[in-house]
Design a protein around this ligand. Structure first.
Ligand SMILES: Cc1ncc(C[n+]2csc(CCOP(=O)(O)OP(=O)(O)O)c2C)c(N)n1
Ligand SMILES: [Mg+2]
Length: 791
């Protein structure tokens, strides 16, 4: 549990003293104003060059303004970590600006290159973004996994000295609950007994297209309750609660409770007279109604009727402080109004709506902001500027100048030692390498944490798990073992285990990797996460994988088995396009080694790359196909070439006219075809590609460097330089042919690209390779045609 929130004034009975509440309310106004102005400035004032709407979400910001002000300006501590709903980004930036952690320049260039980001971004914004958001649902679920990772780091003693445990918080839109990944995470959290977690739902009852179902809140209560969460409903603000005690109070409450969401929204948009008219009509004859209505002018009545708890600072903080006492996940359903306080409020089309210049002028007047004072932190506020400045100086969240941590790097050998059998498969070798690391029991072994969505055993993580055990907040013995039922797997669940066993949900795998891969900046803990899954199911969690890389999380993911090489299992277990994902995804280095010694080099490189300042994550595409292993000495030069993406397995004669270029499990076919071709094309080369991705990146970098006048030759250019400039290349792999066919553009050599374009057949390797056109004969035929074509 994080340190409990304390009352600010122990002498006062109030949870938050009245003067503090007043200041918080003033700051909330400024936060709202700045968010609206930032968006207005980007759309209407900053010159536009491309004619495109800049956008921004003034209404989505308004509904979250009170909640985020309450969090950042009062409840949060520096160690707390938050996912802010994507469309409240300007509110977040405004808060950071007031806290002196964001520059005016960035606000003025909101959504422009280098400016404050449209959606909070760990990599493009300042360090105070804890989790990037944008693809709805993913940031929310990440906080759940981050809570588990923080517990892991804490119980394993891996958090840096002086780093305290914090709360994991998501401020989410209500429509984010439509995303299935949120529910997958909820169930996993229940299994893992996640504790320290707040999900605050900005319950404005609107999504992008319209108004949501009246009864969603009952379902929210049910499913969060089922998962053992504490659900706190924040419905009425203090003004409404007081009115319910006064004349016509009870009928008024009933009327609001029964009011359909769309009518409530429409009346919110229309304002005081419309509320009056409806109440008069619907509550005709109610005793006390006249007194109630007469005691409010139109503005007052509108303020009363829209006084929902999600816009009531006092109600929100009371709930936050009360919740903090329990180590149970907390779901706050905070009723809010989309566009609250703006002319857009309640309108069903307000999601992407922007205030017009006239509406903005009116809003500006209402906020009492003078021309030229739009960016001034305290302009138009009722409180004394000095008191506001003092307040901001002492905001607990901002007590630490730097919230992002560093952890020492863990030493990794240049490469791992392996003694492969004559025949071996990369997937088994992967398990063996991890097992050897586990047995060494050194700093590297301590830093690695593994995870898998119910394919731990079938991806060869079993031996590692037997050595290291499963981590779970709830300890549990291995009953099979205690009952002496023979099994090679030990499944003891302890606080010291180093494997997260997940249910079958690939989204959860990637979100777990995403959270664990941020353990250095978030918790000062060096953790090296390794996740495994069947390669085709990379696609199932693809958005979460993109998301993880987007926020520069560091992990190793192993897709195995892959391709059509798993043969008889066939069908939907085959992957075709994943190599293109590996190439296309920024901050992810994709490798497809064929041999065990290559894998041993790549894994060691990968563990270093995951820790490097300018490094990234690693994706290994492996196989269960056992192939003949080269018995060779691993020299430093060969090791380096393998890590850079390729080497000549059989060097071409100078000026050779043909090369077979292959990657991965198809190596035996490429070797056999190459041998057969040597009779007709003596001197033909055989190029082993270990990473199409690294080669491609390097080629692009070299091109850019040369355009800037810097001499640079990329690795692939160096390799191909051994060939005749008009040589023919046959590229081949168990994956989409576009993964390698680009190599022809490097030296403008003719390419015959072989690979897999369709999938779904069962069969043996011989039949499937033949059907896909990647068997030995197909390679030889392609080489013959390519050689003829170059004549
Ligand atoms: C995965 C994904 N699909 C679609 C979108 C487009 N989109 C952005 S916001 C939104 C609706 C959000 O509604 P809600 O979460 O209730 O937010 P709020 O009402 O607070 O703006 C949609 C569909 C997205 N950002 N991410
Ligand atoms: Mg909404």
């Amino acid at each position: 549990m994080p340190a409990p929130l304390r009352l600010h004034d122990p002498k006062s009975n109030a949870i938050v003293p009245a003067e503090r509440l007043d200041l918080l309310r003033e700051i909330e106004k400024k936060v709202l104003w700045l968010s609206a102005w930032m968006i207005h400035n980007a759309n209407h004032i900053r010159p536009a060059r491309d004619g495109l709407k800049v956008g921004g979400h003034q209404a989505s910001c308004a509904s979250a303004a009170t909640l985020l002000t309450a969090l950042y300006m009062d409840a949060l501590r520096p160690e707390d970590r938050v996912a802010v709903k994507p469309h409240a980004s300007p509110i977040f930036h405004a808060i950071m600006y007031l806290l002196g952690r964001q520059s005016r320049d960035k606000l003025e260039s909101f959504r422009a290159l280098g400016g404050a980001q449209s959606y909070p971004s760990r990599t493009k914004d300042t360090h105070d973004v804890d989790f990037s958001t944008g693809s709805v649902g993913l940031g929310v679920a990440t906080t759940l996994f981050a809570s588990l990772v923080q517990d892991y780091a804490h119980t394993h003693g891996r958090m840096a000295d002086g780093v305290r445990k914090g709360r994991m918080v998501a401020l989410m839109g209500d429509a984010e609950l439509d995303e299935g990944n949120v529910f997958e995470a909820l169930l996993e959290g229940w299994k893992q007994k996640v504790g320290n977690l707040w999900w605050i739902i900005d319950y404005n009852r609107q999504s992008l297209d319209g108004v949501i179902n009246e009864f969603l809140f009952t379902k929210i209560q049910d499913f969060f309750g089922t998962m053992d969460w504490n659900v706190v409903t924040l419905k009425y603000g203090k003004k409404l609660e007081a009115a319910f005690e006064g004349p016509a109070g009870e009928p008024l409450m009933r009327w609001i409770d029964e009011c359909p969401n769309d009518l409530y929204s429409a009346l919110t948009f229309k304002g005081g007279p419309a509320w009056r008219e409806h109440l008069k009509r619907d509550l005709r004859g109610t005793s006390g109604l006249k007194t109630l209505l007469d005691s409010h002018d139109d503005d007052g009545l509108h303020t009363l009727m829209t006084n929902l708890a999600g816009h009531d600072m006092e109600s929100i903080l009371e709930a936050f402080y009360a919740a903090d006492k329990k180590d149970q996940p907390q779901c706050f359903v905070a009723y809010t109004i989309k566009g609250f306080g703006m002319p857009l409020q309640g309108h069903k089309d307000n999601h992407a709506g922007l205030m017009s210049p006239d509406q903005m002028a009116e809003f500006k007047e209402h906020m009492r902001v003078a021309d030229g004072a739009e960016w001034e932190p305290f302009a138009g506020l009722d409180a004394d500027p000095e008191a506001l400045a003092d307040f901001l100086e002492t905001v607990p969240f901002a007590a630490a100048a730097e919230r992002s941590h560093k952890a020492p790097t863990v030493a990794v050998p240049r490469r791992f030692e392996t003694k492969p059998a004559a025949k071996a498969a990369t997937q088994f070798a992967f398990g063996q390498i991890l097992y050897d690391i586990a047995r060494h029991d050194d700093a590297l072994a301590d830093a690695i944490v593994t995870t898998s969505p119910d394919v731990t055993v079938s991806t060869n993580l079993g031996p590692w798990v037997n050595q290291k055990g499963i981590f779970n907040r709830a300890e549990r013995a291995d009953v099979f073992r205690e009952e002496k039922v023979a099994s090679v797997q030990k499944w003891v669940r302890t606080h010291t285990g180093q494997h997260f066993e997940l249910g079958i949900a690939e989204n959860n795998l990637f979100l777990m990797l995403s959270a664990a891969g941020l353990s250095e900046p978030l918790f000062g803990a060096r953790i090296l996460p390794v996740g495994t899954l069947y390669d085709p199911f990379v696609n199932r969690g693809l958005d979460s994988l993109f998301y993880a890389c987007y926020q520069d999380s560091r992990f190793m993911v192993v897709g195995t088995p892959s391709g059509i090489t798993l043969a008889p299992e066939g069908g939907a277990h085959q992957s075709v396009g994943t190599p293109l994902v590996g190439i296309g995804l920024d901050r992810l280095a994709y490798f497809e080694p064929a041999f065990v010694d290559e894998l041993a080099s790549i894994m060691a490189w990968g563990f270093r790359h995951m820790q490097a300042e300018d490094g990234g994550s690693v994706y290994l595409r492996l196989t269960t196909r056992q192939i003949d292993q080269p018995q060779r000495e691993m020299t430093d030069a060969l090791h380096d070439d393998i890590c850079r993406g390729g080497y000549w397995l059989k060097a071409p004669a100078p000026g050779a006219e043909l090369a077979i270029v292959y990657a991965g499990a198809i190596a035996p076919e490429a070797i056999a075809a190459h041998e057969a071709l040597l009779e007709d094309v003596p001197g033909a080369g055989l190029l082993a590609i270990t990473s199409p991705d690294r080669l491609h990146d390097d080629w692009m970098a070299a091109r850019r460097a040369r355009e800037e006048g810097i001499a640079m030759q990329s690795h692939i250019e160096g390799l191909l330089a051994a060939l005749d400039p008009r040589a023919a290349l046959v590229t081949v792999m168990d994956g989409h042919p576009a993964t390698l066919s680009w190599i022809g553009s490097v030296g403008r050599q003719r390419v015959a690209p072989l690979g897999v374009e369709s999938y779904g057949q069962s069969g043996d390797i011989q039949d499937l390779y033949k059907a896909a056109g990647i068997d030995v004969d197909s390679i030889i035929d392609a080489a013959a045609s390519a050689c003829l074509a170059r004549l």
